[in-house]
Write a protein that binds this ligand. Structure first.
Ligand code: LMG
Ligand code: NDP
Ligand code: PMR
Length: 388
């Protein structure tokens, strides 16, 4: 019944998904998911029924070969912030292997659809679902929608981020938390906590939860010593709710807001969170938890709020002076490796790459590997996102 309803509304270029309980998907009005095959995404959104075209081997089902051997089914990976930069490049790299169906979890639906198409991602190799990490309601809604789509979850990549280097005043998420930490850490913290149940259920041989870190959050490096330096202090600002007015918008409780520091602090939170997940869940679940510094991808949208002179000089500076520059395509391959390379199954690791683009286990700074701080961060974050 629901199926027929959809068929009459969707353009003929859309095919019906073959990955589970479609009826449940169709019933949900807020479900924003579009197939790349849709020629007119707006029509699809209005129809409120679109989901992905069927992947070649439908995710979730183990395909049998004629010789009787079982083939590994297509994995399903959710990547947040896959509408640009690293997330888009990794989505493309993974989708191109044919081994992965990519769920692009993005706040700007049409931007994501356009970006995927412009990147040349094959129709049917991905699904776009709405996720705004600046709203905890949206995070919960995303999880509900993802479950309704009836796909397994084999890997989750917490990649989205914002960086507000020139902001003099804090801005706040829907829940009233300072935006950089709210989006980069708290939104992802809730998402990852909720989706742990789904990762646990997956029968995929190597399930992974990956959270992006960065060199600039690590003060054991030169880059991490460029002012303003990251530092969470005793987390008093976070414990106070990062509200700004009658307290601090900064995690360490500092009086004045510093957008660049807030971003770097959020990256420490990302790296601490990965390790705390590892300590709490790896042994019990076998899930691999990892973080990484993919290199300096100086051309991405991350620097969109920086002054034009910075945006002009930063790429050549990184390319020729620090030599830490990496292209979006190369960084995408690196992240794809952390998602799917059979040799990168070690949990609790912060991956980096050397000049020959070979991965290695990197050392985190003292603060970014402090287990006591990680536990405290976990407890406070649970309260802030409403998990008790
Ligand atoms: C802040 O300024 C802003 O105030 C803030 O709003 C925010 O935007 C933030 O991180 C973002 O930046 C940073 C500012 C301060 O840095 C600059 O942008 C200055 C640029 C000066 C350029 C000179 C470089 C010369 C190279 C020429 C190449 C041309 C291209 C230039 C392009 C520039 C793009 C960046 O920075 C400073 O205060 C300058 C001091 C920086 C020194 C940092 C190094 C400290 C090293 C300490 C050593 C510690 C030892 C660590 C041990 C490691 C062991 C492995
Ligand atoms: P981009 O700005 O290109 O990509 C960030 C993505 O996050 C975009 O898709 C953006 O969506 C999305 N996003 C931002 N806010 C939200 C939100 N509220 N809800 C959902 N999605 C959101 O940056 P990068 O690709 O450079 O960054 C990706 C990751 O890599 C980040 O975690 C960053 O910290 C990390 N990293 C980047 C480095 C670099 O040199 N660039 C170095 C080290 C780490 P939209 O397209 O709608 O804006
Ligand atoms: Mg940094 C020595 C190597 C090195 C590397 C690998 C980076 C990466 N940076 C390095 C050095 C320097 N940077 C030096 C010497 C300076 C002073 C001139 C410098 C400056 C600088 C600025 C102003 N760098 C920056 C900024 C930013 O605004 C970026 C930032 O901090 O974003 C939070 C940034 C970065 N440098 C990097 C990387 C990877 C970034 C940005 C992205 C990130 O950490 O996610």
């Amino acid at each position: 019944m629901a199926l027929q309803f959809q068929a009459t509304l969707l353009p003929s270029t859309l095919s019906v998904p073959k990955m589970g309980n479609l009826g449940a998907v169709v019933k949900e009005p807020a479900f924003l998911s579009v197939s790349q095959k849709a020629k007119k995404p707006s029509l699809v959104v209005r129809a409120q029924a679109a989901t992905t075209a069927a992947p070649v081997a439908s995710p979730g089902s183990t395909t049998s070969r004629t010789d009787g051997k079982k083939t590994l089914r297509q994995g399903v990976v959710v990547i947040t912030g896959a509408s640009s930069g690293l997330g888009l490049a990794a989505a493309k790299a993974l989708a191109e292997t044919g081994k992965w169906h990519v769920v692009m979890a993005c706040r700007d639906f049409l931007k994501a659809a356009t970006a995927a198409k412009a990147a040349g991602m094959a129709a049917g190799s991905y699904t776009i679902m709405h996720l705004d990490l600046a709203s905890l309601d949206s995070v919960r809604q995303f999880v509900e929608n993802f479950r309704r789509a009836d796909m397994p979850l084999d890997s989750l990549v917490c990649n989205a981020a914002i960086y507000r280097p020139t902001a003099r005043q804090p801005t706040f998420t829907a829940d009233g938390y300072e935006m950089s930490v709210g989006v980069n850490h708290l939104g992802h913290f809730l998402l990852a906590r909720l989706l742990m149940d789904d990762l646990k259920k997956s029968d995929y041989p190597s399930r992974r939860l990956i959270i992006l870190g960065s060199i600039t959050g690590n003060t054991n490096t030169l880059a991490g010593n460029v002012p303003p330096k990251a530092g969470l202090g005793d987390l008093r600002g976070l414990a106070g709710g990062l509200r700004g007015q009658n307290g601090s918008a900064m995690i360490d409780g500092a009086e004045s807001f510093d957008g660049a520091k807030a971003y770097k602090d959020s990256k420490i939170c990302n790296m601490l969170t990965m390790q705390e997940f590892h300590r709490r869940f790896h042994e019990e679940t076998g899930i691999t938890f990892a973080s990484l510094y993919p290199g300096c991808i100086a051309t991405t949208g991350l620097f969109r709020e920086h002054i034009p002179l910075f945006r002009l000089l930063f790429p050549p500076f990184q390319r020729f002076v620090t030599k830490g520059f990496v292209s979006e395509a190369e960084s995408g391959k690196r992240l794809a490796q952390v998602v799917s390379d059979p040799s990168l199954t070690k949990s609790g690791v912060y991956w980096s790459w050397n000049k020959d683009s070979a991965s290695f286990e990197n050392q985190l700074s003292q603060e970014a590997s402090d287990p006591e701080k990680a536990r405290k961060l976990w407890d406070i974050s649970e309260k802030l996102v409403g998990i008790v």
